[in-house]
Ligand binder design. Structure first.
Ligand code: SAM
Length: 223
């Protein structure tokens, strides 16, 4: 999807996402918080600076602020209209639409939440290598993507208006891309097994991370 198309969706991103989901699966901000809570659990120490790569309208930024109150937050996205909404969501974050503004900055953690399937396949490796280069030694990158093996995820994906030109990335392809991008440590876990009505089962997820049926997966990468 082009930059202008996300500019077009910026004002109605949440509504488009919710409209594509069956009512039982709608969890509003919970999806965004889930990913940030996952990062907080996985990071060995409090990060000083975090990049939300492809931050869009800033759905993760307030959660990053809540879970990492001491960290400097940065957001990068090609869509300038989305960045305006991200500024409203988190006025403290530094938001940029030019990669050149980031090349001299180093991050302890990088989050990419549902971004890479919107990057043309031939450009994905380059984008992930860029993320690797701005990561501090011992920093961690968290790449969340839809799991094509989950039928409910496929159902939502096929109905989501901003996913029409996108193609889901299989977990093994994402792992391979992580290894090719310069990361030394690359691992995969499945996430988001239970929709909101079954949220009381969520504590079980920590024993389910290797089962390839979560609605999403996370590739954790370090250097
Ligand atoms: C589905 S949205 C996800 C936004 C946000 N991460 C979230 O969780 O709500 C995908 C975002 O990726 C951005 N994007 C697409 N290609 C990109 C690229 N090459 N570099 C940075 N951002 C990109 C789009 O502009 C869009 O805001």
């Amino acid at each position: 999807m082009s930059e202008n198309e996300f500019d077009r969706f910026a004002g109605k991103y949440d509504a488009a996402l919710v409209g594509a989901m069956p009512p039982a699966a709608v969890e509003d901000a919970y999806f965004a918080e889930y990913k940030v809570a996952y990062m907080a659990q996985a990071l060995p120490r409090a990060p000083r600076r975090i990049l939300d790569f492809g931050c869009g309208t800033g759905r993760s930024l307030p959660w990053l602020k809540k879970y990492f109150p001491e960290a400097q937050l940065w957001g990068y996205d090609l869509s300038k209209v989305s960045l305006q909404a991200a500024h409203d969501a988190c006025p403290d974050a530094t938001l940029v639409s030019q990669w050149d503004d980031l090349i001299d900055v180093r991050f302890d953690a990088v989050l990419a939440a549902n971004v890479f399937h919107h990057i043309p396949p031939l450009e994905q490796l380059h984008a992930l290598s860029q993320c690797c280069r701005v990561l501090e030694d011992f920093g961690e990158m968290f790449l969340f993507e839809h799991n094509p093996s989950n039928p409910a995820t496929r159902w939502v994906f096929e109905r989501c208006p901003f996913d029409v030109d996108a193609k889901m990335i299989g977990a093994s392809a994402a792992l391979a891309m992580g290894r090719q991008s310069g990361f030394r440590r690359v691992s995969l876990e499945y996430t988001l097994f239970f929709p909101r009505p079954l949220a009381f089962f969520r504590p079980l997820e920590r024993w389910m991370r290797k089962i390839p049926l979560g609605a999403q997966y996370c590739v954790c990468m370090g250097r």
